[in-house]
Design a protein around this ligand. Structure first.
Ligand code: KIV
Length: 264
C-alpha cells in the first residue's frame, strides 16, 4: 500500500462486536491496543495491563474479524525483560489470541528483541514517539521529538526497527514534519496518531473516534460520531419506558403460558 501511495487505515478494537463492525467498514488493521487498560478497564495508564487481559481481548477481536489484519499490543513487561520471554509472549498472542502480528513500544532498547521475534516468524509493528508504557520517563502524555536530540533519536530508532525486521511503525504524538521525514526515509509504512498527515496511514482509538470515551479527548482526535451521548439518551429512554410500564409491550413478543416462541 505504501508503494502504491494508498493510505492505510487502523483503528483499535477490543471486542468481537466492535471488530465485526469495523471489519465491515473495511478498516485495514484492527489493533487490540493496550489502551484497553484506560478505555475498557478504567485505569489511568496502560501500565497495569497484563498478558491475560491482552489474550482475552485479542481472542474476542479475532472472533469478530474476517478480513482485517489483527495486531495485538504486547503489554508492559511482556517483552522488555528479554528475548525468550518476549518470543514466548508474542507467540501466545498469535497461538492463543489469534493475532497475526504484535506491536511493541520502543527503539534501540528493544531492536534486538524485535529481531528475535521476527526471526521466530512473528510479524512485529514498532511504536515510537509518545510510548505510553514509558509515560513516567517521558514525563506525561506529551509531544515527543521537538528538540533536535529527541528528533535525531527518533530517526535512528525508526531505522533500527526497520533493520530489525519490523513491518510497520506507529508514530505517536511527534511533530508533523519529523513524521514526514521518517516516512520518506523508510521502506516500511508509518502509521501516525497525533503525528500529522504525512504518515503512510493513520490510527485512532476507536472509542475516541466514535465519541464513546469522553474522560479525556486528545486534541488530535476527530470524533466521527457521538455514540456516548446517544447511549446516555437511549438508556434514559429505556429507563423511562420501564418505569412507565411501556416496555415490554405486546410487539416485543412477551411469552404467555401457552406460546412457544423463538427468541430471534
Ligand atoms: O494502545 C493503543 O491503542 C495504541 C494506539 C494508540 C496506537 O498503541
Amino acid at each position: 500500500m505504501k508503494r502504491r501511495g494508498q493510505k492505510i487505515t487502523m483503528l483499535t478494537a477490543y471486542d468481537a462486536t466492535m471488530a465485526r463492525l469495523l471489519d465491515r467498514a473495511q478498516i485495514d488493521i484492527l489493533l487490540v491496543g493496550d489502551s484497553l487498560g484506560m478505555v475498557i478497564l478504567g485505569h489511568d495508564s496502560t501500565l497495569p495491563v497484563t498478558m491475560d487481559a491482552m489474550l482475552h481481548h485479542t481472542k474476542a477481536v479475532r472472533n469478530g474479524t474476517k478480513r482485517a489484519l489483527v495486531v495485538a499490543d504486547m503489554p508492559f513487561l511482556s517483552y522488555q525483560v528479554g528475548a525468550r520471554t518476549a518470543i514466548r509472549n508474542a507467540g501466545r498472542l498469535l497461538q492463543e489470541g489469534g493475532a497475526t502480528a504484535v506491536k511493541l513500544e520502543g527503539g534501540s532498547a528493544v531492536a534486538k528483541i524485535v529481531r528475535r521475534i521476527v526471526e521466530t516468524g512473528i510479524p512485529v509493528m514498532g511504536h515510537l514517539g509518545l510510548t505510553p508504557q514509558s509515560v513516567h520517563r517521558i514525563g506525561g502524555f506529551r509531544t515527543v521529538g521537538k528538540t533536535k536530540d529527541e528528533a535525531d533519536r527518533l530517526i535512528d530508532d525508526a531505522r533500527l526497527l526497520e533493520e530489525a525486521g519490523a513491518f510497520a511503525v506507529v508514530l505517536e504524538c511527534i511533530p508533523s514534519e519529523l513524521a514526514g521525514e521518517i516516512t520518506a526515509l523508510m521502506k516500511i509504512p508509518t502509521i501516525g496518531i497525533g503525528a500529522g498527515p504525512h504518515c503512510d496511514g493513520q490510527v485512532l482509538v476507536g472509542y475516541d473516534a466514535f465519541g464513546l470515551f469522553d474522560e479525556f479527548v486528545p486534541r488530535f482526535v476527530k470524533q466521527y460520531a457521538n455514540l456516548g451521548a446517544q447511549m446516555v439518551e437511549a438508556a434514559k429512554e429505556y429507563a423511562a419506558d420501564v418505569q412507565a410500564g411501556r416496555f415490554p409491550a405486546k410487539e416485543h413478543g412477551v411469552p404467555t403460558s401457552d406460546s412457544v416462541e423463538k427468541l430471534a
